[in-house]
Design a protein around this ligand. Sequence first.
Ligand code: DQA
Length: 142
Amino acid sequence: MRIIIINGPNLNLLGKREPEIYGSETFEDLVPAWTERFPELEIEYFQSNHEGKLLDKLHEVGFKADGIILNAGAFTHTSIALRDAISAISTPVIEVHISNVHSREEFRHHSYISAVCAGIIVGFGTEGYALALRYFINQAKG
Ligand code: DQA
């Protein structure tokens, strides 16, 4: 089963960026750890700070992959284009946020993409990605 993790803007700085909110781990460490933990999955990782590149990636994998885990970062709260891309593709998308966006500033409470995602995982730190991976494994088992 092929799962793509797509991270949006500023998530390349994980580990350095506001560690009191986002923790001190890096995706360079996390992705190999998840690959080891979930050997039944083929996990691909993509990050971009550019909205158009995120759209291109969704179009590229969105009819082929078995699942997409998307942390769109701040574009979550601004991008109708990302919402339209998620609606357009057939692969199910899980929206993940490391922090609990609902306990933060008001502008983070609204997501343009939640309504078109299969589910939402918010506020469990980077373990949220692992919960989403687990969901796809359980779904495949039926
Ligand atoms: C985030 C929450 C967003 O509001 C913020 O803009 C991010 C990270 C999270 O994972 O908690 O960049 O998506």
